[in-house]
Design a protein around this ligand. Sequence first.
Ligand SMILES: Cc1cc2nc3c(=O)[nH]c(=O)nc-3n(C[C@H](O)[C@H](O)[C@H](O)COP(=O)(O)OP(=O)(O)OC[C@H]3O[C@@H](n4cnc5c(N)ncnc54)[C@H](O)[C@@H]3O)c2cc1C
Length: 385
Amino acid sequence: MQSPTDDDRMFDAIVLGVGGMGSAACLELARRGVRVLGLEQYPLCHNRGSSHGESRIIRKAYFEHPDYVPLLHRAYDLWSQLESATGRKLLLPTGLVLSGPPEGETIRGARQSAELHRLQLENLSPEEAQRRFSGLIFPPEHAVAFESGAGTLLVDDCVRAHIDEAVRHGALIRESEPVLDWSTDGTTVQVRTSGRQYQARSLVVTAGAWAKDLLKQAGLPLRVLRKTVCWFPLRQPRLAADQGAPTYFYELPHGTFYGFPSLDGTTIKVAEHSGGDPVDDPATVDRELHPSDLVRLQSFVEQFIPDALPDPVRHSVCLYTVTPDQHFVIDTHPVWRNVVVGAGFSGHGFKFCPVVGEALADLALEGTTSLPIGFLGTSRPALRG
Ligand SMILES: Cc1cc2nc3c(=O)[nH]c(=O)nc-3n(C[C@H](O)[C@H](O)[C@H](O)COP(=O)(O)OP(=O)(O)OC[C@H]3O[C@@H](n4cnc5c(N)ncnc54)[C@H](O)[C@@H]3O)c2cc1C
């Protein structure tokens, strides 16, 4: 963004990768008055990683693990603060309807989190859900739960808002400058990019699908999956966000699927959360839409969203970076305490961006955090097996 001078090469913290998590970490570090540099390999807010494509679900009755709930309380506060600071609408209060077997992971897990943390989660029969959310079909053998406080984050605007706020607080962010490698003696970190060398007291690695290669010494078992999302045209506007339509998540025998209400009044975005094709090199992932990408999605749409037509009008390819237990990695590097890792967000991390930014800033500056992230550490057995 600006041409560098020698003074620009020494920082308190460098953030490697300015996507969802990195942009939030840049803001959190800059807000604390330290000298922070964010380095992004592509133009800012690009569509080649994991934080693009219109929308992301945010919810609190977390079926994946109740320990995420305290982090979600903080994330909601921070998204709201970001909206106030930037004057932008980032979170649409669409609510979320969950449909699945009564003893399945989704319904059971969401109810458990809601009970433990006293969250509002309405239990509905499929018939009640059918009456309330016309435009969606609920299988009679399913249990249904509705979280009215859940919503839709406008993902591209969220990343842009974090970057703008970070810069306003003094962060220096350089785009189209890939980091080639980094090293540290435990006190100072050297970061080499295409053409420049920088130094910092600490390094925050938020490189998304590229994290594994940049963190070789940490030996994190991260896998990258290619995911396709499609926008299907609506026959009628009943499923529009401005008509009160919710986001939806279905647990079915052959996989988990989710979708959003229409934001433009004419199309809805639908995707499969389960599955995905393994990716060797995130930079060269296939971004075309193939018939094999469509079969399962079309079948989901045909069975459960009668208001939508089965031929999509557009698509997007996005990357999940998954850990073996599908939980995030937020910790100091297992070898170097001045290097901090935010990785493996396993297809459900975006809603946490601001609180992850806060945790990463704490770890980078203090080496510890009061946020309850113990269950996301690098030494947990699932990452060491
Ligand atoms: C289709 C899809 C749907 C999803 N739905 C949801 C949802 O509904 N709710 C939810 O909470 N989460 C959801 N997620 C997950 C969420 O979007 C991700 O967990 C989150 O965006 C990950 O952010 P990140 O910062 O780790 O990765 P990214 O945003 O990809 O950021 C990593 C950045 O690092 C940069 N980088 C990498 N290597 C280098 C290098 N050498 N030098 C410089 N820069 C580098 C990359 O270019 C990139 O910009 C979804 C993800 C996908 C793909």
